[in-house]
Design a protein around this ligand. Structure first.
Ligand code: NAD
Ligand code: FES
Length: 283
């Protein structure tokens, strides 16, 4: 059981929870993730660790309410407990001085970008961070990203805050002007694909954090397989961070859509049940 000690709404449908999980907090490293389960019959939800505090024994998770399980998670409040909170899982990023590192966070991907930027800044890298969201109200953690970055550049797709456009537009400009030794990108798959396409002609090493469908998170079910450099890799144990120039992003995007129909049906059923319960409460 892992107790929720703090909850915040960061943006519409984006929530933050600080969870008491000393067994994870004491071992966590940037790049790793947890798998949680809300109740005994619940789906296993993989979430990249957004922050951790070994002294307090807490782990911060940030999630977008997109389906039944994340919506249910969003209904939990401070003091409630999450049944299973397993981690840290996956491999950590290599923490060393590369020189100039560009950390890119798109949308909810800003959360898992933070510990990576923080760890690399602590290693003495010059960190340029680029964070982007669809619109101003969807942007979060600007201040926190500023704290761990030498330069912070902000974009919104609609131009309501920062520079108008995608993170890739800003990245292109940075690569034209400056020497960059490493790019790390976390966000929607299409963004990570486009970032990798932008960096490839510049010959800049690019790491991406993949988020395929997962079940056990420990290398047993094969559900999270991705093709990297023509070889089958399991994201949960071989990743989640891979070389962006070697990932088959199109296959990953297709695999992410496999259960869309079932996911929608589960969400519709849950919403109907919630509406019925609400109606009974009113009566
Ligand atoms: P979004 O669609 O709002 O996009 C966020 C930013 O990504 C945009 O503001 C833009 O700058 C950039 N972007 C989007 N499309 C682009 C394109 N075609 N070319 C270049 N840049 C582009 O993102 P969202 O709705 O917050 O993202 C949700 C997705 O992110 C989900 O699919 C979720 O699973 C994924 N996600 C991934 C991780 C991970 O670990 N990889 C973590 C959290 C969320
Ligand atoms: Fe089962 Fe990775 S989630 S092998």
């Amino acid at each position: 059981m892992a107790k929720i000690v703090h909850k915040e709404v960061l943006a519409p449908q984006i929530k933050l929870m600080v969870v008491e999980a000393p067994w994870v907090a004491q071992k966590a490293k940037a790049g790793q993730f947890v798998v949680l389960r809300i109740h005994e019959r619940g789906e296993r939800v993989p979430l990249t660790i957004a922050d951790f505090d070994p002294s307090q024994g807490t782990v911060t998770i940030i999630f977008q309410e997109v389906g039944k399980s994340t919506m249910l998670l969003g209904t939990l409040e401070e003091g409630d407990e999450i049944l299973d909170f397993v981690g840290p899982l996956g491999k950590e990023i290599e923490e060393r001085n590369f020189g100039h590192v560009v950390c890119i966070g798109g949308g909810v991907g800003i959360a898992p970008t933070y510990p990576k930027a923080k760890a690399l800044k602590e290693k003495g890298n010059f960190v340029t961070s680029i964070i982007g969201a669809r619109t101003k109200t969807m942007l979060f953690w600007e201040e926190k990203m500023q704290e761990v970055s030498d330069v912070l550049l902000v974009t919104t797709d609609d131009g309501t805050y920062g520079e108008k456009g995608f993170v890739t537009h800003v990245l292109e400009r940075v690569l034209q002007k400056e020497k960059v030794d490493l790019v790390i990108a976390v966000g929607p798959v299409i963004m990570m694909k486009m970032v990798s396409m932008v960096t490839k002609p510049h010959g800049v090493k690019t790491l991406v954090s993949l988020n395929p469908i997962m079940v056990d998170g420990t290398g047993m079910c094969g559900c999270c397989r991705v093709t990297v450099d023509g070889k089958c890799k399991f994201t949960c144990v071989d990743g989640p961070v891979f070389d962006g120039h070697s990932v088959n992003f199109d296959e990953l995007m297709a695999r992410q859509r496999i259960y869309l129909e079932e996911e929608q049906r589960a969400l519709d059923l849950w919403l109907t049940e919630q509406a019925k319960e609400e109606a009974f409460r009113v009566v």
